[in-house]
Design a protein around this ligand. Structure first.
Ligand SMILES: [Zn+2]
Length: 497
């Protein structure tokens, strides 16, 4: 063991304190302050105009839909909606900022003081939400050279399509204590945003990304330790790994008697480490001042009530309802309720069917095929009616569960119904004793040792023999019947003198 007593003592005496700033692009059709479209993946600099490029004389106009989306998020996160909020100019020079300032909400944000309940290991944790405010996204730079980062690049390209896309920044209180909690919070927040239909929250396309503040402090102390900021984490996996690595790094520095410096670090997915960022990459003095071209946002009580009334069912409520209706465990419920699309699909298949069986197929084989065929749930070629029909065939004993997996894979590329596929591929379950007996006899003959162990009282080996009969019949054997016939065959063989 290399872990010293000092390290263990440190681990026990320090707690990790984590706060997360989440940036999320809103799914409006147009940008925050102009009418440019927001489609992802368009050719570079094709979705720009004088307003989002900040040309002299151009005037921003607030996108009302974006304000409504932000209020929806605030209400779902139990925030107060400010009657009056104000946009500010956040001034800094960076090539992805055509105006040299970003319009953001500084000290008068739209939403403040909420919370999000997050379940970690069966325990409910309430994470405070400091604020939710609106701002505009920046452009994108592409640094061409060996490292892909600005230092060491030969030259850089700029695409302003993203400049001006509405963003919300959701700032949590430093209430998170571990990498697991950080990931659970990010996951739950993403589920809320998807349920609200305000963002596609696609991590891989950068429409949702996280900045994380991490510090360590002695257990029982209220004061925060020296904090490190991790910028731009763009997957739940990166978030989890980066937080875990950074907390451990800080723990080691303190255990060695060292001192931490307040800094911004960059997570390197390849090396699995955090590295210091050049401080010049991020200026800190933004010289905020109220945006002179925009009037404050006024949110009347009627307007807020109107939004509150049309809030959809949120993930936590969904999970409660689903658990009650189906009797499924927290793991299945959590998985199914995370995504509206998945949940709707599940509910349609489960209507009049065993929820446990349906959940197992939706979470298991269906997902496996979606991954294999590179399809998202949104363009899943197997509709709920067709999966339902297949499960009915399994329940009726027409097709074995093993063969049904083959049918499901076929359904991804075929328009045909499951019954047709079963017939066409000759996958109908063998429930006829005569037809199965030959396969059973062959398996028993090929495995005299297993048969002997069964006769010796090892009931468990029967499963292995059933498995062989299934293989022998390409999954078509009725497992119950195979079981019965195997038992009979082994006993009869054993009776021989
Ligand atoms: Zn524009």
């Amino acid at each position: 063991m290399t872990s010293s007593v000092a390290e263990e003592t440190t681990a026990r005496h320090y707690e990790t304190v984590i706060g997360i700033e989440t940036h999320c692009e809103l799914a409006t059709a147009t940008k925050m302050f102009c009418a440019c479209p927001t489609a992802f993946g368009a050719g570079p600099n094709t979705q720009v105009c004088p307003v989002c490029l900040g040309e002299p004389g151009s005037l921003p106009v607030v996108n009302g839909r974006a304000v409504e989306f932000a209020a929806r998020i605030g209400l779902a996160l139990n925030c107060r909606i400010a009657e009056r909020s104000q946009f500010h100019r956040k001034n800094y020079f960076y090539p992805d900022m055509p105006k040299n300032y970003q319009i953001s909400q500084y000290d008068e944000p739209l939403c403040t003081g909420g919370h999000l309940d997050v379940e970690v290991d069966g325990e409910l944790r309430r994470i405070g939400i400091t604020r939710v405010h609106l701002e505009e996204d920046t452009g994108k730079t592409l640094h061409v050279g060996t490292t892909g980062r600005i230092h060491g690049a030969d030259y850089s390209l700029v695409d302003y399509n993203r400049a001006g896309i509405p963003l919300v920044e959701i700032v949590s209180e430093p209430d998170l204590r571990s990498a697991e909690e950080a990931r659970a919070y990010a996951e739950e927040l993403r589920a809320v945003l998807l349920a609200l239909e305000v963002s596609d929250a696609k991590l891989e396309e950068g429409s949702m990304r996280f900045d994380v503040n991490i510090s360590l402090r002695p257990v029982g102390h209220a004061q925060l330790g020296t904090k490190v900021e991790l910028k731009n984490l763009n997957s739940l996996r990166s978030l989890y790994r980066a937080v875990g690595y950074e907390a451990e790094r800080q723990r080691r520095v303190l255990a060695d008697g060292g001192r931490l410096v307040q800094e911004t670090r960059h997570w390197d997915e390849g090396t699995g480490r955090t590295e210091p960022m050049r401080s010049k990459e991020f200026a800190t003095d933004y010289r905020y001042f109220p945006e002179p071209d925009l009037v404050p946002v006024e949110a009347t009580a009627d307007w807020v009530d109107g939004i509150r009334e049309i809030l959809p069912e949120l993930p936590a409520e969904r999970r409660r309802r689903l658990a009650e209706a189906t009797g499924l465990g927290p793991k299945e419920v959590g998985w199914l309720a995370r995504d509206t699309e998945v949940l709707t699909y599940f509910e349609r298949v489960a209507k009049g069917r065993d929820p446990g069986v349906v959940a197992a197929w939706v979470m298991g084989e269906l997902q496996r095929n979606l991954r294999e065929f590179e399809r998202a749930m949104a363009d899943n070629p197997v509709g709920p009616e067709r999966l339902g029909e297949l499960l009915d065939l399994v329940a009726a004993g027409t097709v074995s569960a093993t063969a049904a997996k083959e049918v499901l894979a076929e359904m991804f590329t075929s328009e045909a119904g499951p019954a047709t596929i079963v017939e066409r591929k000759g996958l109908a379950q063998i429930s006829d004793t005569g037809e199965l007996e030959a396969a059973v006899a062959a398996v028993v003959a090929a495995n005299p040792d297993l048969a002997e162990r069964y006769r010796g009282g090892k009931q468990g080996v029967l499963g292995a023999l059933v498995g062989q009969v299934m293989r022998e019949t390409r999954g078509r054997a009725n497992p119950k019947l195979a079981n019965e016939l195997l038992r009979r065959a082994i006993t009869t063989t054993g009776e021989r003198p």
